[in-house]
Design a protein around this ligand. Structure first.
Ligand code: DGL
Length: 271
């Protein structure tokens, strides 16, 4: 039997945002090699229909499986919300999403069980976070809010200015009126808005970073499956692929990952 532990982990997202998940996975699993796919030709997923998101996520996963990865992490909240059950059925390797770990972390952070969830329109429409939270605690109250303007604001680098502040106030006010004490950041891009979000939400609200909780969950699951890479001298590598031109990826990657990546490759996905 071949040793799968040394194979890379495959991680995909609709674009560059999933690098926030890669960043957290590198922090907790520094020895793992990673193959990253950003479907930059078809981003955003958050405005698309469930059927389209499921089709795109299946194609993304197929590409990663062809790269001979040992497991796939669906970094994209929208794809996790709609496509995870399909991917788990269609592929023979472990597939992990961000919703269950985010929901579990929210329940850990909340004392009052009044939990807010923000995400793309498609993620909020799926109610995936609500269902996962209520499956663990039927007494929790979940209030969700679609925030379609936040992804473009983050990609434009408007992380903490007046426009972003106004938009956040508009989105968070209904949640604050519902007296939430924990807020799930249910989108790859939102960890970059943590400072502004905390200021608008106030100190009484714990921010739950789904990228962070996903990384801890992936480590736990790989360990249980005996798939963790051995510790070695060199740090793990990241091999990034995108479906649109590679130029824009570099600048954005720096912001989301916090460091430069190796050479980026453009690919056409198998359909
Ligand atoms: N990656 C997506 C998510 O986490 C945000 C960007 C998009 O809409 O594709 O939901």
């Amino acid at each position: 039997m071949s040793d799968k532990t040394e194979l890379p982990i495959g991680i995909f997202d609709s674009g560059v945002g999933g690098l926030t998940v890669v960043r957290q996975i590198r922090r907790v699993l520094p020895h793992e090699d990673i193959v990253y796919l950003g479907d930059t030709a078809r981003v955003p997923y958050g405005t698309k229909s469930p059927a389209t998101v499921i089709r795109f996520a299946t194609e993304d996963t197929r590409f990663l499986v062809q790269q001979n990865v040992k497991a796939v992490v669906v970094a994209c909240n929208t794809a996790s919300a709609w496509a995870l059950p399909t991917l788990e059925c269609e592929f023979q390797i472990p597939v992990f999403g961000v919703i269950i770990p985010g929901a579990e972390a929210a329940l850990k952070h909340s004392k009052t069980r009044r939990i807010g969830v923000i995400g793309t329109s498609a993620t909020i429409r799926s109610q995936a976070y609500n269902k996962a939270i209520l499956a663990s605690d039927a007494n929790a109250l979940v209030f969700s809010q679609a925030c379609p303007l936040l992804v473009p604001l983050v990609e434009e680098g408007r992380l903490d200015d007046n426009i972003t502040r106004l938009v956040l106030e508009e989105y968070l006010t209904p949640l604050m009126l519902n007296r939430i004490d924990a807020l799930v950041l249910g989108c790859t891009h939102y960890p970059l808005l943590k400072g502004a979000l905390q200021q608008v939400a106030g100190p009484g609200v714990s921010l739950v970073d789904s990228a962070e909780s996903c990384a801890a969950y992936v480590r736990e699951k790989l360990e249980a499956l005996q798939l963790l890479a051995r510790e070695r001298q060199r740090p793990g590598t990241i091999r990034p692929f995108v479906t649109d031109e590679v130029e824009r990826f570099g600048d954005l990657a720096n912001r989301f990952l916090g460091s430069q990546t190796e050479q980026v490759w453009r690919v056409d996905l198998p359909t």
